[in-house]
Ligand binder design. Structure first.
Ligand code: ADP
Ligand code: ADP
Length: 226
């Protein structure tokens, strides 16, 4: 687990207006931080700079006390869960969850132990031999989360993970994400458009607008009218 500190982060694509414009934000170890704001305000760009998928134009990204600007994604030990799950269709649930551990050459018995533990927590035990095509949306989302948790990463990054699910499943997954995050106590940054998600999941909510932080507040301060 690790804190995430952003110091004067700027992202400039080409010569236009900066997509992220001098953002400084401290996310505490174990904190659940929500990023909200209108489309195009820089949420995904910020997330991709944390995980290392996007170069930082200027500023410092410090994770667990270490400056990571020049570290490749695989050297940052973070787990990102995407909106479209990004599962491998030809692999079983077991192999999808195990995949990051195979990449890092984890021994087989350790892989089995961690995949079993993750599938237990996520109630996927009965589905380990299935392929993603034979799963429901909620189950696929759980596989994506399983893949994120087996890595024992220092932080979770979510980019609108529930926006492709129907309302009922969204409610269920919201509860599961909340339970999982609290159980693991893992630092989390979560992008959403959904106010209910922001209110129920977040310790704090950061509101972005045109690449700048407009406000950082508790969900309560932000959404409850006086
Ligand atoms: P959000 O996630 O809040 O919708 P983004 O981070 O996707 O916002 O985008 C922020 C701004 O940066 C937008 O103006 C978007 O068009 C621009 N942008 C995002 N990615 C790229 C890219 N790869 N190349 C050029 N401009 C980009
Ligand atoms: P979001 O869902 O965050 O609003 P978009 O759907 O706008 O993001 O963008 C999807 C992809 O297109 C992202 O990878 C983003 O980097 C890229 N992108 C967004 N805006 C631009 C742009 N102006 N030029 C090039 N790529 C862009």
């Amino acid at each position: 687990m690790a804190s995430i500190e952003m110091r004067n982060i700027v992202k400039q694509y080409g010569d236009g207006f900066p997509a992220v414009n001098d953002v400084s934000l401290d996310i505490a170890d174990g904190e659940f931080m929500i990023l909200v704001g209108p489309s195009g305000c820089g949420k995904s760009t910020l997330l991709r700079m944390i995980v290392g998928l996007e170069d930082i134009t200027s500023g410092d990204m410090v994770i667990g006390g270490k400056r990571v600007n020049d570290l490749a994604p695989r050297d940052r030990n973070l787990s990102m869960v995407f909106q479209n799950y990004a599962l491998y269709p030809h692999m079983t649930v077991y192999e999808n969850i195990a995949f990051p551990l195979r990449l890092s050459k984890t021994p087989d018995d350790e892989i089995r132990r961690r995949v079993t533990e993750a599938s237990d927590v996520l109630e996927l035990k009965d589905h380990l031999e299935r392929k993603p095509a034979n799963l429901s949306g909620g189950q696929r989302q759980r596989v994506a989360m399983g893949r994120a948790i087996v890595r024992q990463a220092e932080a979770f990054l979510f980019d609108e993970p529930l926006s492709n699910l129907d309302a009922k499943l969204r409610g269920q997954m919201r509860t599961e994400i909340s339970r999982l995050q609290r159980r693991l106590g893992i630092t989390t940054v979560y992008v959403t458009h959904d106010q209910t998600e922001a209110m129920t999941l977040g310790d704090r909510v950061c509101v972005l607008r045109k690449g700048k932080i407009q406000q950082v507040a508790s969900p309560r301060e932000l959404y409850e009218q006086p």
